[in-house]
Design a protein around this ligand. Structure first.
Ligand SMILES: Nc1ncnc2c1ncn2[C@@H]1O[C@H](COP(=O)(O)OP(=O)(O)OP(=O)(O)O)[C@@H](O)[C@H]1O
Length: 313
């Protein structure tokens, strides 16, 4: 469990983190979402005691980082995958970490196996691809078998296979009952990875909710309906104050949920061939919620375009 209370960090004139209050619970992946420069890394550094808050506090399992007796057994983190000494092998790097933190050396081979690096354990980390470096970073985070894990932009720059691996691995860690907090500016990625979202912009909390709620709250949900008795159904829905638009082979209904639409269809004796809620994307949700902030809006629009754009042939 991570709990931030009024967490604030000022660097000179820059208010990097502004009165953040949120909590991250065990057993699920919580996404920490916001555009570049929103304050995600600064928040993570404060959670890990690498930076002191200007005001407010953050606790892990009820304690400040500096109060933890065995920090690596409580919280593991991947902040920058490339900080490993390039001439050290993966195994030598993890052994050094285990020794300096008084962790059992048998754990080194266990974590190498967990992240699938056993076969390259003796190779120089400097020759690793980004994906392998991320795995090594994750192995380091897992050395102390901690309950709480923090990952800062873990999929940045990875190929689709690497992204999928990280996503599955995070789900697995959460399924083991751990607290998994992962930052990203990739909105689509977070929709697939996280079931809970802490969303920030300009250092401030925009929302904390389930990913589903975040999208549902911020986008207009509609329901697609197909029926052989379309006209009669359309009239009945309009009489019940739903907004109805024609679609290619049916209707798109807003202002009414699918349960109510199904009841009205039954009363009309209309057969339903389709009754499917259409959800907006996380991108739309973020745009809507942060729409009043021109700076972020532009930034996010560009990001959403990058995320969603098909790659050029
Ligand atoms: N050590 C520092 N000194 C001065 N300003 C800083 C420092 N660290 C961060 N900042 C500023 O604080 C703000 C938040 O930065 P931070 O790196 O936490 O954002 P972020 O959401 O992690 O973005 P990114 O994904 O680009 O890293 C930015 O305006 C940044 O320039």
């Amino acid at each position: 469990m991570i709990e931030a209370q009024g967490l604030t960090k000022r660097y000179g004139k820059t208010l990097a983190v502004d009165d953040l209050t949120f909590s991250v619970t065990p057993g699920r992946v919580t996404g920490f979402l916001g555009p570049n420069g929103a304050g995600k890394s600064t928040t993570m550094r404060m959670i890990l005691g690498l930076d002191n808050p200007t005001s407010g506090q953050v606790r892990i399992g009820g304690k400040r980082y500096s109060e933890l007796h065995h920090p690596l057994r409580t919280v593991g983190a991947l902040l920058d995958a490339k900080w490993v000494h390039p001439n050290r092998s993966a195994r030598a790097h993890l052994t050094w970490m285990a020794r300096s933190n008084k962790l059992p050396l048998r754990r080194v081979d266990e974590v190498l196996d967990l992240v699938g690096l056993s076969s390259v354990a003796g190779k120089r980390a400097g020759g690793f691809s980004l994906g392998m470096s991320q795995r090594l970073g994750i192995a380091g985070a897992l050395l102390g078998d901690p309950e709480v894990l923090l990952f800062d932009e873990p999929v940045n720059g990875l190929d689709p296979e690497g992204i999928l691996w990280i996503r599955k691995f995070m789900h697995r860690l959460a399924d083991e009952g751990r607290t998994v907090f992962v930052s990203s500016h990739l909105l689509s990625e977070m929709a697939l990875t996280a079931s809970e979202l802490v969303v920030i912009g300009k250092g401030k909390l925009i929302s904390q909710s389930s990913t589903e709620e975040f999208v549902a709250r911020a986008t207009d949900s509609t329901v697609k309906v197909r029926s052989p008795q379309l006209e009669a159904l359309r009239e009945a829905l309009e009489r019940a104050s739903a907004q109805v638009e024609p679609a290619e082979d049916g209707l798109v209904v807003s202002g009414m949920d699918s349960a109510k639409i199904g009841e009205i269809a039954m009363q009309q004796g209309a057969v339903l061939h389709e009754l499917s809620p259409q959800r907006g994307s996380l991108e739309q949700a973020f745009m809507q919620i942060t729409g009043d902030s021109v700076e972020y809006h532009a930034d996010l629009e560009a990001e959403a375009r990058d995320v969603l754009a098909p790659t050029a042939p």
